[in-house]
Design a protein around this ligand. Structure first.
Ligand SMILES: [Zn+2]
Ligand SMILES: [Zn+2]
Length: 140
């Protein structure tokens, strides 16, 4: 059991979590992740909400994703760093938050297990060879 910390660029938002609760990293190449990170993908780490301790105020932007469920994206209102997201609606994602791996102070322990949304990956940031890859979300 090891505690890890993370936060935004300016330091107004901080969090801590227990690495035992984190479910392994996923590279998401969906268009919304590309827009919201300004990059080719977001690397996200699912964690039960109860094991995530957040300090500071996040601003949320909600958007309806391709699956029809709403995705809430939380970012620091001061510096704009994306910190967490959550899928609102489907029961299987209830109580789960997705941490942006790059917001961790030390992300060396993250093991990425899958790439999702290969169908919208760019040639300059392709789905990584050797990872379990899904054309769309985790269901396929
Ligand atoms: Zn900030
Ligand atoms: Zn995405």
């Amino acid at each position: 059991m090891s505690k890890q910390t993370g936060g935004c660029l300016c330091g107004q938002v901080k969090y801590s979590l227990d690495t035992d609760s984190a479910l392994g990293g996923v590279h998401c190449h969906c268009l919304d992740c590309q827009k919201s990170t300004g990059s080719g993908k977001a690397t996200i780490v699912p964690i039960p909400e109860k094991d995530l301790h957040l300090e500071g105020t996040l601003k949320y932007y909600s958007v309806v994703g391709t699956s029809g469920a709403s995705v809430e994206r939380g970012f620091c209102e001061n510096c704009g760093s994306p910190i967490i997201s959550a899928v609102v609606g489907p029961a299987e994602w209830e109580g789960i938050k997705f941490i942006k791996a790059g917001s961790l102070d030390d992300s060396s322990w993250i093991i990425v297990g899958a790439s999702i949304w290969k169908s919208t990956a760019t040639h300059w940031s392709p789905a990584e060879a050797g990872l379990t890859t899904f054309e769309h979300n985790l269901e396929g």
